[in-house]
Unconditional design. Structure first.
Length: 162
């Protein structure tokens, strides 16, 4: 089982601080984190800044295309499906089939708002506990979790990795 977690911080710089903490994880713990992206939303701007953190990408990473579409659905336009290819359009039309249901998307949309930041992590189930332990000194305000079965993760990999 894998998880997609969103670690929301109350400041625009909190996610960068959290990423620095993750960079210091021991190798064995860091191996359970497969992909990380950072979102920072400066108050007064219409949309957040997003950045894939390539230094965390493992062989299990889904990469730019996955996070780009996920962020488009959450932050930029719920109607992005019409602008992308059929496989990715199917992804957008059916996030729940991949373990990322509308409730999760809406909770992220309602939680990550101007003046906040977040780390989006894709990893093994173990990553959830390891990251929670690593960030306990500077805890995020909110953690949102989507659990992905190996079938769902495999389907995502088929669409985004090939």
């Amino acid at each position: 089982m894998s998880t997609l977690t969103v670690w929301k911080f109350d400041t625009t710089y909190g996610a960068e601080s959290g990423a620095q903490t993750l960079r210091r994880l021991p190798g064995i713990e860091r191996e359970s984190v497969h992909d990380v992206a950072r979102v920072s939303w400066v108050r007064g701007t219409s949309k957040p800044t997003t950045r894939l953190m390539d230094e965390f990408a493992s062989d299990e990473a889904l990469g730019d295309d996955f996070f780009g579409l996920l962020f488009a659905v959450i932050f930029f336009s719920p109607l992005v499906g019409a602008a992308v290819g059929s496989a990715r359009g199917a992804f957008l039309g059916s996030l729940a089939d991949f373990g990322i249901d509308d409730t999760f998307v809406n909770r992220v949309r309602d939680t990550v708002t101007p003046g906040t930041s977040a780390l989006f992590l894709l990893g093994s189930d173990d990553a959830l506990d390891e990251v929670r332990e690593a960030l306990r000194v500077d805890p995020p305000v909110n953690v949102l979790v989507a659990r992905l079965s190996s079938r769902q993760l495999g389907a995502l990999r088929e669409v985004f990795v090939g």
